[in-house]
Write a protein of this length. Sequence first.
Length: 222
Amino acid sequence: MVSKEGLVLKAQTRSERGKKHNAKLREKGNIPGIIYGHKQEPQAIVLNEHDFVEVLHHGKKLMDIEVDGKSEKLLLKELQYDHLGKKIVHTDFLRVNLSEKVTVTVPLVFKGTAVGVAEGGIMEEHLDSIEVECTVTEIPESIDVSIKGLKIGDFMEVKDIVLPQNIKLVTSPELLVVACKEPVEIVEATPEEAALEPTAPEVITERKPKEEEGEEAGKEKK
């Protein structure tokens, strides 16, 4: 259940663990999870799948979760999906101090249409997220990346991304983010060129001399 007061997600402690028990929880529309960190014992919880996905769609990694009546701010650390990559099967939450710095993965949102695309070029995206360090209260939902100025032959590396204030880059700055490349032209062969293409040689079976054929025929009659 989601409380209307600031999107507080409600959860319950679960005592049973294991694959079979977790599978039963998922069949009933729930998601198993774990809370850990700050030198406290890990706490196994269960969340309503519909409610969790609803909160997840707001894009926030720092969530207010009420477990058995006690509310605390937790950092969404990891999501595990099924083999198809569509359904969430498990989630990890980290206990945090609001003033401490954490390393998180933030999605990139590409803004605008590159000049090179208007000229016939093709945009290639190599990264869709980067790792940054910041306090838990300053975690951005996403980072905008303007690609309007890219011409054919231009590219952008991680170090070229303008980060929000108080956000420190963790991902290698030399990694390629996007590139605008010339389109690959496929040239079809002309009828004249096709005629010049080598053909497979005809396989000719060597015929036996007539004398040998006659002898073999005579042997068969016998």
